[in-house]
Design a binder for this molecule. Structure first.
Ligand code: TYC
Length: 102
């Protein structure tokens, strides 16, 4: 252990281990075909944003190419990505959504 072993290699480090699980950013990517209203609806439905917040974030993605739409544990992030991709596929829109470790 990092400290307090003395000459004996005995673990005397009493600091609690507080390692937290990694968080993942969920990102939405711009494309030329997905309707703006569809992106707004997806952000409202799956990311708990208001219509106003969703409108502004959609415009950020439209102008900048991508944006982080939320930060979650791995399992929740995977679910959000799957929900977005499934909804996009079912409406035949090319909207892309991915996740990235923080
Ligand atoms: N660029 C799209 C359009 O002009 C709108 C759009 C915004 C698409 C955000 C995807 O993640 C996106 N219809």
């Amino acid at each position: 252990t990092p400290e307090d072993e003395g000459d004996f290699g005995v673990a005397l480090d009493s600091r609690p281990k507080t390692k937290r699980p990694p968080l993942y950013k969920v990102l939405i990517l711009n494309d030329d075909y997905t309707p703006m209203e569809f992106v707004i609806m997806v952000l409202e439905r799956f990311f708990g944003l208001t219509h106003q917040e969703s409108f502004e974030l959609m415009l950020t993605v439209h102008k900048k190419g991508l944006a982080v739409v939320g930060v979650y544990s791995r399992e929740i992030a995977e679910t959000k990505v799957a929900q977005v991709l499934d909804m996009a596929q079912r409406h035949e829109h090319p909207l892309q959504c991915t996740m990235e470790k923080e």
